[in-house]
Design a binder for this molecule. Sequence first.
Ligand code: URA
Length: 235
Amino acid sequence: MLRLDKYISNATDLSRVEAKRYVKYGEVTIDGEKATNAAQKITGDETICIDGSAISLAKNRYFMLNKPAGVVSATKDQNNSTAVDLIFEHRSDELQIAGRLDIETTGLVLVTDDGQWNHRLTSPRNDFQKIYEVTLGVAITAADREKLANGVWLEDEKHPSLPATLDVLDERRVLLSIADGKYQQIKRMFAELGNHVESLHRTQVGDIVLDEDLEPGDYRALTETEVASVMAPKS
Ligand code: URA
């Protein structure tokens, strides 16, 4: 059991003094009722909200963001807004990006404060499949498809890329699934084939699929099943 003001300061970036102030000004609710006493004991089973948004103690948090172009996959940046700037949650300074996209790439970015989960998802040893919609500068050929299926050898790499799976949507648009995640891998793969990427949109990482209801810039919490899919043993 914790005092309400202590619970708030543990669960957010507010100090105890600030937490008391929020209670005093009627901005804290416990199970929908306005809290009046900062010393009230909290068991942990209650739903506590500040300014209408729920807070909780040190449980890990996991989000999917539909990253718009022009946003960097980082926690801080001097010149551009970051993926974490788009996640309006308490303790956002604890959030990390689980797998980066280039600034102009759009689509699925996973954000969490669980370092172990992040590591499992992004460790090259685990090879989670990532699916991208790729728009190409020139039409894809049968020879390109074969090279991608065999694994393209990128300049300055010690090993060829893992075989990629390709689904041709039309001659300049493909769905590409890759398991590795080298720096600018898709752009470099197509450059190696004498083509170039005009746009790139990530739709899936492992079993986690970008929610079609999310507009660019929107995010939502992952479901328990989505979170668990990363820790499940891989077949
Ligand atoms: N490959 C790229 O070239 N860029 C990305 O953002 C992701 C994969």
